[in-house]
Design a protein. Structure first.
Length: 372
């Protein structure tokens, strides 16, 4: 079987390639060149999947494994689908997750198409997730065995019809096992640190990227309380997110938290800790990874950001295009622009971008947040 492996230069994708090679598959390693400009290539940032050493490290592993290796030019696609979306989201008062956009449009659409044109039988990555089978024999996207490293949240845009073409060789392993296997195989990236940064953000920070594409997102404006009173000034919507407490620079002893971003007024809206909690949220554009849309009142669990926290959720509405969920226990900092991903045990049911939020503690009218 011919397998194209997306190699980021990190230990996970390197071990994925090595495992497939050891199983006897014909393996081709590829790295996507998605750097938006040469300046980022020259930066000294380390650890990102698009840092300047990514190609060097991936090529070294490919050479050791004796597999062909190529670099695919995908700058334009990445700029259009990931960076532009990232900046537009901040300009519209949302907090995006660029890894979700990258997985949807770049890794598992553009790269998948390239792999198929090469005649590959499968596309593999180093993501921590699994492809499983249900009782009826259908393919399912499942969490990784190592819950601490599980990346199924950012994979929720995968199309169900593509699951049979994908391979996640490290999804059944712990991170410690992956590194141990890399050492046993003599891979030069065995102890390379994990990426902790947004790959296209340099030393100047993400606000600089937003400013380049959507300068209105970094224009100063008012900080308002939920009743519309001006409390101070902010340095641009792109520097704030729901639930944030630090960096507001407001006078007085009261603890204030960001409860909404209002692009129409270019305002940051702050309130009490209780006003950062949500009782429900809606997703107008959903991707279902199960054959049938679950029934209303179905009890599931939901993740509303890429961290480990998970929350009981009940489907309040569901259809082919979208869904809304209610949280029996209010959830802090449910944020428009992030994903709401639904799980049934270890199985990913579906997910999509959060659009509207209902607070568990009502704020005054005109507080600026989208409401269900």
């Amino acid at each position: 079987m011919l397998v194209v492996v997306a190699m980021s230069g990190g230990v996970d994708s390197s071990v994925a390639a090595a495992l497939l090679r050891a199983e006897g598959h014909e393996v081709v390693g590829v790295t996507m060149q998605i750097w938006p400009d040469e300046g980022l290539l020259r930066s000294e940032r380390k650890g990102g999947c698009c840092a300047m050493g990514a190609v060097r490290d991936a090529r070294a592993v490919a050479t050791l494994l004796r597999i062909p290796y190529y670099v695919f030019q995908m700058r334009e696609e990445f700029e259009r689908h990931v960076i532009a979306h990232f900046a537009a989201s901040y300009a519209s008062g949302r907090t995006p997750n660029p890894c979700v956009a990258c997985n949807e449009h770049i890794k598992f659409r553009a790269l998948l198409q390239k792999a198929r044109r090469l005649g590959a039988d499968a596309l593999a990555t180093g993501h921590y997730a699994r492809i499983g089978r249900s009782a009826d024999g259908g393919l399912r996207l499942m969490r990784a065995t190592d819950r601490r490293k599980d990346q199924s949240y950012v994979l929720h845009p995968l199309r169900r019809e593509d699951l049979g073409y994908l391979r996640f060789p490290t999804g059944g392993m712990s991170k410690e096992e992956v590194r141990a296997r890399a050492r046993d195989m003599g891979l030069p990236v065995a102890d390379k640190p994990d990426s902790q940064e947004i790959c296209f953000v340099g030393p100047e920070g993400y606000a600089a990227v937003v400013a380049q594409h959507r300068p209105e997102a970094v224009e100063p404006g008012p900080i308002l309380d939920v009743d519309g009173r001006v409390l101070g000034r902010h340095g641009g919507l792109a520097q704030y997110t729901v639930g944030q407490r630090r960096g507001l620079g407001l006078p007085g002893p009261e603890a204030r938290f960001v409860v909404a971003l209002d692009p129409e007024r270019n305002a940051v809206v702050v309130g009490t800790a209780g006003q950062t909690y949500a009782s429900a949220c809606s997703v107008p554009r959903a991707n279902w990874l199960v054959p049938e849309v679950p029934a209303v009142t179905t009890r599931l669990t939901a993740k509303v950001r890429s961290g480990p926290a998970e929350h009981p959720a009940v489907l309040a509405a569901a259809g082919p295009d979208g869904f809304s969920v209610e949280f029996p226990e209010p959830v802090r900092a449910v944020t428009p622009g992030q994903g709401c991903v639904l799980y049934d045990g270890d199985e990913v049911v579906g997910g999509g971008e959060i659009d509207a939020v209902r607070r568990s503690v009502p704020a005054a009218a005109g507080a600026g947040a989208a409401a269900i």
